[in-house]
Ligand binder design. Structure first.
Ligand code: ATP
Ligand code: MG
Length: 308
């Protein structure tokens, strides 16, 4: 993209698996929008960052053409279109800036249940149905296997039953679709998730600062995901037992208190004010165990925002 802009334009999926999580992530980063009536373009209100709502397949191309500056798209889609560009002799036009921790799935080879899987060499000369021909062709080439790639745009999983392919290469998350079609996954070609993608070259105008700020906020939001701050007080003698119970949490920090004993912080019966960051939820049972080990005034706090 050659055009200079002072607003950042982010493409996200209009509807589908990535649509809602993409919007909530961006909202958690402090963005808000005024929705237009056609709901394809959302004008940024809190920051000069606008949204374009599109089909996920279109996102890599929109970035490549400079129509959009950033995009939230599955790594599978990004890698596939990058592979296709490479096969057509085009230079890389975009890159992955940040994994986003949702939309997880794997691109896998799946074979009829009754097959005994012995490894990739078994694929020689077979027909593989997929919507990801570039990723599959690259993988086959690296394995040194000559197989026929049958490109299908949808309903890949019924190809073996229809006789149009011997096996498939498709996205798998729970595996329920494969099982329903009497297929079993045998090889993983790609671990995918939603990613924030941007142009290979970066920006040379106001968008550079906006993109940088957004990336930092995305980082902050993802790091806080499910994190809880646990606060309590305890006597110094109880520390070893409490530390054992909190092995999986971050370091147990003694919070300095201004007034000393009179303020109650590091004094009332020699109690210390303590805090630690926990990576996941803190259950009632854990709280009760901590209390039995001498913790008092236990509090679990949600961390809303932080700058590392
Ligand atoms: P669009 O109309 O935007 O083209 P789509 O049907 O291509 O939508 P979705 O099915 O919503 O796309 O999937 C979007 C992305 O979600 C996929 O590209 C992939 O990265 C991710 N995903 C996660 N789990 C799965 C799954 N089980 N099957 C397919 N995609 C999955
Ligand atoms: Mg699509």
């Amino acid at each position: 993209g050659t055009a200079t802009r002072d607003r950042l334009r982010i493409a996200i999926q209009k509807s589908g698996r990535l649509a809602e999580p993409a919007r909530s992530l961006l909202a958690a980063c402090g963005l808000s929008w005024r929705e237009s009536r056609d709901k394809l373009f959302c004008y940024g209100e809190s920051l000069p960052v606008d949204l374009l709502l599109v089909r996920d397949d279109d996102i890599p191309g929109l970035i490549a053409d400079g129509v959009c500056d950033l995009g939230v798209v599955g790594r599978n889609e990004l890698d596939e279109q990058a592979g296709e560009r490479a096969r057509n002799g085009l230079p890389p036009a975009y890159r992955e800036l940040h994994g986003l921790g949702f939309g997880q799935c794997r691109l896998m080879l799946a074979v009829p249940e009754e097959w005994e899987w012995q490894g990739p060499q078994q694929l020689q000369g077979l027909r593989i149905a997929t919507s990801y021909p570039a990723i599959l062709a690259g993988w086959l080439q690296r394995q040194g296997i000559d197989a026929h790639v049958v490109e299908l745009s949808g309903s890949v999983e019924i190809a073996p039953r229809l006789g149009t392919a011997d096996l498939i290469c498709d996205l798998v998350s729970s595996g329920a679709t494969l099982a329903a079609n009497h297929l079993k996954p045998v090889e993983n070609l790609l671990d995918s998730e939603a990613v924030l993608a941007g142009p290979a070259g970066g920006f040379d105008d106001a968008r550079a600062g906006l993109a940088q700020m957004l990336l930092r906020r995305v980082d902050g939001v993802l790091q806080l995901k499910d994190r809880k701050l646990l606060m309590f007080s305890a006597a110094r003698e109880s520390l070893p037992a409490l530390e054992r119970l909190l092995q999986d949490a971050g370091p147990l920090v003694i919070v300095p208190t201004q007034g000393g004993p009179a303020q109650g912080g590091s004094g009332q019966n020699g109690a210390l004010s303590l805090q630690t960051m926990c990576e996941g939820a803190v259950s009632w049972q854990q709280l009760e165990e901590l209390e039995r080990a001498g913790a008092r005034g236990l509090m679990v706090l949600t961390v809303e925002r932080s700058l590392a």
